[in-house]
Design a protein around this ligand. Sequence first.
Ligand code: GAP
Length: 438
Amino acid sequence: MSEPTPELFDKIVNLSKRRGIVFPSAEIYGGFRSTYDYGPVGVLMLRNVKDAWWRSMVQLRADVVGLDAAILSPPAIWEASGHLDNFTDPLVDCRNCGTRHRQDKLDDPEQCPSCGKRGEFTEARQFNLMFKTQAGPVQDDGAVAYLRPETAQGMFTNFANVLNTSRKKPPFGIAQIGKSFRNEITPGNFVFRTREFEQMEMEFFVPPGEADEWYRYWCQERYQWYIDHGIPSEQLRLRPHDADELSHYSSGTSDVEFMFPWGWDELEGIANRGDFDLRQHAEHSGQKLEYFDQPNNNRYLPHVIEPAAGATRTMMAFLMAAYHEEEVNDEKRTVLRLHHRIAPYKVAVLPLSKKQELTDPARELFANVAQHWMTDYDETQAIGRRYRRQDEIGTPYAITFDFDSLEDKAVTIRERDTMEQVRLPIADVVGWLSEKLA
Ligand code: GAP
């Protein structure tokens, strides 16, 4: 396990840049305010985080369906949800150096962390975090639109649509993955807090009497998901909110927290939201959002349990937990011990030499394996270096096609973590990998 030190943080940022995981956005123009682009390796990893979540939350469950709602949304949604009034952070300006800070995140509420001066802050102002824009060519109030600051509202506004079309009844959930936007006062810590990020949220609608039970269930499920995908239990905790942290409508919220280099911080919140959301939207839209339980002749507004996670933040935690450095034959080996479902590439095909007699059949093998898994192909540099490159991006299996392969129709597969090698007939490779990567 890697210690979550500031050095580890720097190593992850450097590795991300060097190996095409995450690049600072608009870098050729000097970068753009805590926005990031996911490179050829990072895009695969981020997709895998989202796919692993979708697999657990939608694919493997008969009681959850998916949704992909619009990012652009009318003010009515955010009036009903309370975001227009309440989605604010307290903002203070330093009169001495002009920097802006989130008051509730200051170590010392009197001292500016940028210039060190004390007693120079302005009165705190409530700053709304939503990005406001105009839809269409007219610039009047009727054209105001917002970029969603969370994916959750799409699930509430489509509750009746999903209920009427999916044949689901409470308890059931609607899940969504997608971009959200918040004009954070102090973004930072790499992709931990950004203004554009991806969320993975699920709204689970339950009969009111079952809410507490389902809340406990989802807290455990979501904690276990991170463990099952490779976060060591020493680096993860489930922290129930204190009463003074709870929203007025929530009867319980717990955060799944990861031990980041700056301390425990949130990956996901699981909240018992009561009927607040459906009630608000029913009142503001004038639509009935109740569920009619026909056998019991009972009409009710379902209560909601919401596990809300960040995909980009979770990817960062997976990178940190997986990062290891070790000595192998007097040389430093950097290896990302990622769970195979999260690893960007599952397999690499490496011909021992660039000679065409090897590269032709190696490419044929690549084409075959790539039918099943994301596969890298690399014929540059010495084989030892190529193994190291694959270790650094967490590829679980590297297949070497050598000169003997031409004779014995077999290849060597090297396992990332143990570095053990097995020789297998080429015809058996896909079957062997299928078992390992199940
Ligand atoms: N619908 C509830 C909701 O959005 P949240 O705690 O504000 O709850 C859920 O957000 C998750 O989204 C967080 O736990 C975090 O992982 C992620 N998240 C929130 N703001 C973020 C930001 N500025 N940058 C990256 N991830 C963020």
